[in-house]
Design a protein around this ligand. Sequence first.
Ligand code: FAD
Length: 498
Amino acid sequence: MIRRIKGIGIHDDPAPEYDAVIIGAGIGGLISANLLAQAGVKTLLIEQHYVVGGYCSAFSRKGFHFDAASHFYPLLGNRESMTGKLLEKLGIPTEWVKMDPVDHFHFPDGTRYSVPADFDRYLNELKEMFPKESANLDAFFTEVRTLYLLGLLVYFRGKTTDRLDAYKDQTLREALDRYFSSRKLKLLLTADCPHWGSPPKRISYVFDSMLRLSYFLGNYYPKGGSQAFSNDLAARFEEAGGDLLLRADVSRIVIEKDAVTGVEMELGPVNKRRRVVVRSPVVISNADIIQTASRLIGEEYLGSDYIERLKSFRTSYPCYLMHIGLKDTEKEELAEAQGYHWREWDPENFGTTGLKFKFFVPTMFDPSVAPEGSQVVIIQKAMSVDYDAVDDWDEHKAELDRMVLRNLNKLIPRFSERVVVQMSASAKTSQRYTLNQCGSMLGWEMSPDQLGSDRPGISGPVSGLYQAGHWTKPGGGITPVIVSAMGVAEAITKNRIL
Ligand SMILES: Cc1cc2nc3c(=O)[nH]c(=O)nc-3n(C[C@H](O)[C@H](O)[C@H](O)COP(=O)(O)OP(=O)(O)OC[C@H]3O[C@@H](n4cnc5c(N)ncnc54)[C@H](O)[C@@H]3O)c2cc1C
């Protein structure tokens, strides 16, 4: 069910003054907003799109509800986890459907493997499939467990320990090469790496260990889809007294005497847009960090060195998506096709030739996102794209559409005949709806040299400015983004959240 949110704006005016203003209602903005409002901070949340959620939003066509981007929500339905506890504390009513199997991989030799949600079963299955690697599997997962705990401590809790020193610069590729020789096992252990939006040779081994184990503590899909979760967060924020503005584009962070004093935005109906300034001593940007620096603050204030340094970071890849509504189809017909379809054994090239796509069926987890007897299929292909070199985005998308449909028709009999809705989204679409530069999936790439003290922090470059979301610490993906929002709320309220 999608709870309705009120959302002031379009026709209403915000109050002239707030204790805190948040730019962007992605998960980073929504979680910060809830934490502040529930702590009694008078908060305004401003979103340029007509829905909340950023990459965790959805859209509907002909009775089908499509997740715009994210659909894997690790840990959120597990009330024992840090983020699960946080949602409970905030009173977020979203219902979560646990995924089991967690994921599926199709290998270049035509074989397939489904990852069970139970860790012991998973490890035993791997040992049976790769008996010669059995001892190495034990050693690898012992190390992964250690890194999971140390990673939580250091990157999520901000503690220091030298026990991570030997690992924090390692990539996933280096770790797998250190332990294993079977190319099939190496692909199996990294077959879901496209969700990092960068190849294994540039993925942090520590962060990958944290995510790898979190799947066995529960990986979830929100009942009603991603928009239901985001709307629940927005509704709870409004109940706590917060104000939400939709279709309001912040164009400037106002700075006086070296401290933020508010924001300027454009809001209102298309033909009657108006400029409004709201005053606040605290501004949190959940927006793309380069946009925040160069468009909302400006080089005149920050200096070109600051902006050039930001531009020297590598962004994670964007993602091509196809959203499909299929009539007259039982979910069992699609079960075998789920997951990542690998063309090559070496995962490094997933953004070009290595991977066909990922095939995801949300109706497996919640049939209510499609009309009865119908299914939703979402195709994702994280892509290495030189964004500025693409001149014809329609043709770029059309070429991918043809490749995807050709393969879907091979995979599922009479696929095209059953299509009721078919839409696709490129990197440019992602940029248009979320203002993330180049449609980047997870902000800065999650490589060892762009994490920890090397990643921009939650305190911005001006007094009173904070940053929440995947462009800041600890990093990209739903869990790290929530952790960044908790850090921001703790810094502002000076209270420990959990
Ligand atoms: C295709 C895809 C699939 C993904 N799948 C998963 C997954 O399954 N699991 C997972 O954990 N992660 C996934 N990710 C990554 C994850 O979705 C993101 O890291 C996370 O949602 C980012 O949240 P955020 O709050 O930082 O920013 P965003 O979601 O980018 O939100 C930023 C918000 O700020 C608004 N905004 C920007 N500028 C302004 C402005 N000037 N004025 C007003 N509003 C503004 C935008 O409109 C947007 O709503 C995926 C990403 C993509 C693209």
